[in-house]
Design a protein around this ligand. Structure first.
Ligand code: 13P
Length: 254
């Protein structure tokens, strides 16, 4: 695992102000687990409120527009997310690719815009079950990353995180084997080294996401080159999310 694992909760389209107590509880407990970096990405409507509630954990957005401002009804720019209290943004999630037709090119433009605005980026990639069954998962992910990552990023190790989320593992309770996760993360690392050079690329954390729960977190986080987790369903209550944070902390102690 990475020197300081990164555990990020993606609340997706869940959460009203009634859930602020969960964010508060996650924050309080995370203050005692400083060896783990913890963050939440609530829906846009809660970014500012969560930002005001918490002291320790990071707060981020789940998407942003590629433009700075203008006539884009319903969209939010990176600068606006930053202004609301976000420090990072999740980009290229498979649900946005599927539900909103987001392409690698658009995700690349959003990445550039987010970095320019001063947000850190968690860039998601992931293959379908069909692609995995065809034995093409690694080449597919490499293509996805090459088509959406900028050629050069200043301080890439500080501002970029990759999240590998196989689509067939999201919300299904199914996960790849630790061998498959390790192989994919090594393959992603090779793409990063090729793009950004050995030294910078080694500092970029690669998260695993897809059905991470308290009871499988330790095993998944111990897979080769896993720098943390991007958690959906299990991040919605403090109890289950903290179970994952604790698993990461315990692995650090081993
Ligand atoms: P689940 O943890 O619910 O499978 O979701 C994973 C995910 O999509 C996080 O971004």
């Amino acid at each position: 695992m990475a020197e300081r694992p990164y555990i990020v909760g993606n609340w997706k389209m869940n959460g009203t102000r009634a859930m602020l107590s969960e964010a508060r509880a996650i924050d309080r407990s995370s203050q005692r687990l400083m060896k783990v970096e913890v963050a939440l990405a609530p829906p846009f409507t809660l970014i500012h409120a969560v930002h005001r509630e918490v002291e320790q954990i990071g707060v981020g957005a789940q998407d942003c527009h590629a433009g700075e401002e203008g006539a884009h009804t319903g969209d939010i720019s990176a600068g606006m997310a930053l202004d609301a209290g976000a420090k990072f943004v999740i980009l290229g999630h498979s649900e946005r690719r599927q539900n909103h037709g987001e392409t690698n090119t658009l995700i690349g433009q959003k990445t550039v815009a987010a970095l320019a605005a001063g947000l850190r980026v968690i860039l998601c990639c992931g293959e379908t079950e069909e692609t995995r069954d065809e034995g093409k998962a690694e080449s597919f992910i490499a293509r996805q990353l090459r088509a959406s990552l900028p050629d050069s990023v200043e301080n890439v190790e500080d501002v970029l995180t990759i999240a590998y989320e196989p689509i067939w593992a999201i919300g299904t309770g199914r996960t790849p084997t630790v061998e498959d996760i390790g192989a994919m993360h090594r393959s992603i690392r090779a793409v990063l080294v090729d793009l950004y050079g050995e030294e910078a690329a080694q500092g970029v954390r690669i998260l695993y996401g897809g059905s991470v729960k308290p009871d499988n977190a330790k095993e998944l986080l111990a897979a080769d080159d896993v720098g943390g987790a991007l958690v959906g369903g299990a991040s919605l209550t403090a109890e289950s999310f903290l179970g994952i944070v604790l698993a990461a902390a315990e692995l650090q102690d081993q």
